[in-house]
Design a protein around this ligand. Structure first.
Ligand code: PLP
Length: 368
């Protein structure tokens, strides 16, 4: 059944950073199926995760994600509870191994949190940092001090708060690359085979909060510390189809609908074209004059999260008030960096970005 949009509901332009906009046809499908899931006479919230309906849903979601990202059979795909930050702990527990050493690249608030959490489980070496540049650029690869005996190198492919993104994947030789892709996954094609492990919280570009998706090369399974909780042991969860305990079925189901919607949109090549157009439109208006400013170096500007400042910070309040009155929601920046931020995830339409750009120009004309 193809996903269609037929609602006349009032919907705002949603630029939230996460939880964030979901495609309207997905929400409508959820509503249609809620009381009677595929002629079972009950909701998917009310049935066993061991039954055939949930099994079929889980399989279909995984297969769609595998097609979208061209994930090879040597990778396991796990659907786990605990969000992305659960993985900040699960990764060192599963991968650090007996020597307990890993290299981390610090590029913003989320990688800093990942470093702090991993430090509870082993020796974390910060191999490079752009903290001195206020996370407005990325540390050049030639300045990274990687250890050959590190169990993995961790980086945050897109820093959701600072709006800094690795637009090319750095080389790490024999050491597996582990990446937090929470706010960039599915925004465009990604070379999964360059990574040992990818993980993402679902609530940015895939579905509801609380669910994390882990894509892990099977060579990395079986190294978990003995104290690793069973539910976060990758090998055990992989052997059990992510159903060692009751999985977050509803979140998994909605993520599956988002994957179906993405395939119907033409897959990740099509999303890349649309997302490139969206971010180009927004950066162009921010760069056009000194009234607005995006502080990130042009070589690493995020496609999905675009922070910006007003030259006169006294205008922030009227800016946000008038934006909300115009139906433009979620533009307040993260408290760590201030200013504004627009998140342009897949479910944010080109039309919403055009309305935002129109508002930015109009506000500048009136106050500039
Ligand atoms: C939102 C986010 C997280 C945290 O996700 P939770 O699911 O709330 O734990 C981690 N990393 C990045 C890059 C994020 O954007």
């Amino acid at each position: 059944m193809k996903m269609t949009e037929h609602s006349t509901q009032h919907r705002v332009h949603n630029f939230n950073a996460g939880p964030a906009a979901l495609p309207l046809p997905v929400l409508e499908r959820v509503k249609e199926e809620l009381l009677d899931y595929r002629s079972t006479g009950m909701s998917i919230l009310e049935m066993s995760h061991r039954g055939k309906e949930v099994g079929a849903m889980a399989q279909a979601a995984e297969q769609a994600l595998r097609r979208l990202l061209a994930i090879g059979p040597e990778y396991k795909v796990l659907f786990l509870a605990g969000g992305a930050q659960g993985q900040f702990a699960a990764i060192p527990m599963n991968l650090m191994g007996p020597h307990g050493r890993a290299d981390y690249i610090e590029t913003g608030s989320w990688s800093a949190k990942a470093i702090a959490e991993a430090g509870r489980y082993g020796h974390v070496h910060v191999a490079a940092s752009s903290r001195a540049e206020r996370f407005c650029s990325l540390p050049p690869r030639e300045h990274w001090s990687l250890h050959e005996d590190a169990a993995y190198v961790h980086l945050t492919l897109n820093e959701t708060i600072e709006g800094v993104e690795f637009l090319t994947i750095p080389e790490t030789g024999q050491v597996p690359l582990v990446a937090d892709v929470s706010s960039t996954i599915l925004s465009r094609p990604l070379a999964v085979d360059r990574f040992g492990l990818l993980y993402a919280g679902a609530q940015k570009n895939m579905g509801p909060a609380g669910l994390a998706i882990v894509i892990v090369h099977e060579e990395l399974l079986g190294r978990a510390a003995a104290t690793t909780p069973g539910i976060w042991n990758y090998a055990l969860q992989a052997a059990d189809g992510s159903m060692l305990n009751t999985p977050p079925v509803f979140a998994w189901y909605i993520a599956g609908l988002v994957f179906q919607w993405l395939e119907e949109q033409g897959g990740l090549e099509a999303m890349a074209r649309r997302n490139e157009q969206k971010k180009d439109l927004l950066y162009a208006v921010l760069d056009e004059a000194d009234f607005y400013r995006n502080p990130v170096h042009p070589t690493c500007r995020s496609w999905m999260n675009i922070p910006f400042l007003l030259a006169d910070s006294a205008l922030e309040k009227p800016f946000l008030q008038q934006a909300e009155a115009a139906g433009l929601m979620g533009l307040k920046g993260h408290r760590a960096v201030g200013g504004m931020r627009a998140s342009l995830y897949n479910a944010v339409s080109l039309e919403s970005v055009e309305v935002l750009v129109g508002f930015l120009k109009d506000f500048r004309a009136r106050y500039g």
